[in-house]
Unconditional design. Structure first.
Lengths: 141, 142
């Protein structure tokens, strides 16, 4: 049941990225190019549209004891903002600005975007593995 | 500045789909639909018992555009960046989203809608840095 829900959610997420054209990094860069003269506001509408059902879902989740197919809802973050959060977000932002891909759209463009997308996703996964290895190394000490 | 009605209305509709997908993930599974988090979790294998559902979610995102291209029309995807940009950009996105515990979906969609202070700070940071990088590249490269 959980696997079916996850698959439907993934398909719906991918559909949203295609319909909004956020699968295309050029559109994302056109949003990020705030001072460019021909600013493309689409990403703001995508974010706004996504926040509506999700805000309702959080409200609904507070009235439910359990998810439909799970044992608990996610806890609020255990700690406040810290340097790791800001440094990580800044690194992510830099990479996002370089190419126009964040993780979701990059994955969604894998089958249709050709070699550049394959290279980007491979590098992205390498970055994640690098972080994982670094965490394992620092935790061992 | 140009505002194309079809552009932003499709953005809004697509956004609603993305929000509905995240809502389903939360209400159905009790999990935050953060792409970087789920992809990172997937790399851990099945030690957490979530391997198959992580895989199913990622497979949905990867395969949906392919199905869409067959049934409706192939979406336009323009990538003009050269190889070093793709590699450095990918590494930064992968490492940064794991270090900062989230990306546009986890912090941007799921965190902001929950009014999480951490997510407001993260989203503000990556939006501003990304815009600065775009502006910098434009002035440097013309």
């Amino acid at each position: 049941m959980r696997i079916v829900i996850a698959l439907i959610s993934g398909l719906l997420f991918g559909l949203g990225l295609v319909v909004s054209n956020m699968i295309n990094p050029d559109r994302v860069l056109a949003f990020l190019d705030v001072a460019g003269g021909s600013w493309d506001p689409t990403l703001a509408f995508v974010m706004g549209g996504a926040l509506i059902p999700m805000a309702l879902a959080w409200i609904w989740s507070r009235r439910q004891a359990y998810p439909f197919a799970g044992s608990a809802f996610p806890e609020p973050p255990r700690f406040g903002p810290d340097l790791r959060l800001v440094a990580g977000a800044a690194m992510f932002g830099a990479g996002w600005g370089l190419v126009g891909f964040c993780p979701g759209p990059a994955l969604s463009a894998l089958t249709l975007g050709g070699t550049p997308v394959l290279i980007f996703v491979a590098a992205m996964i390498a970055g994640m593995v690098l972080h994982l290895l670094l965490m394992l190394m620092t935790h061992r000490r | 500045m140009h505002i194309d009605f079809t552009d932003w209305s499709m953005g809004l509709i697509g956004g609603l789909f993305i929000g509905a997908a995240s809502a389903l993930f939360l209400l159905g599974l009790g999990r935050v639909a953060g792409i970087s988090g789920i992809t990172g979790d997937l790399l851990m294998g099945n030690k957490n018992g979530r391997f198959l559902e992580n895989l199913a979610f990622v497979a949905g995102i990867v395969l949906c555009p392919l199905i869409y291209a067959q049934v409706v029309a192939a979406p336009v995807i323009q990538i003009t960046e050269s190889l070093p940009y793709l590699i450095v950009g990918g590494l930064l996105v992968g490492f940064g989203t794991r270090l900062g515990n989230g990306c546009t979906s986890g912090h941007g969609v799921c965190g902001l809608s929950r009014l999480s202070v951490r997510s407001f700070i993260a989203t503000g940071t990556f939006m501003v840095v990304a815009a600065l990088v775009v502006a910098f590249l434009k002035t440097r490269l013309g």
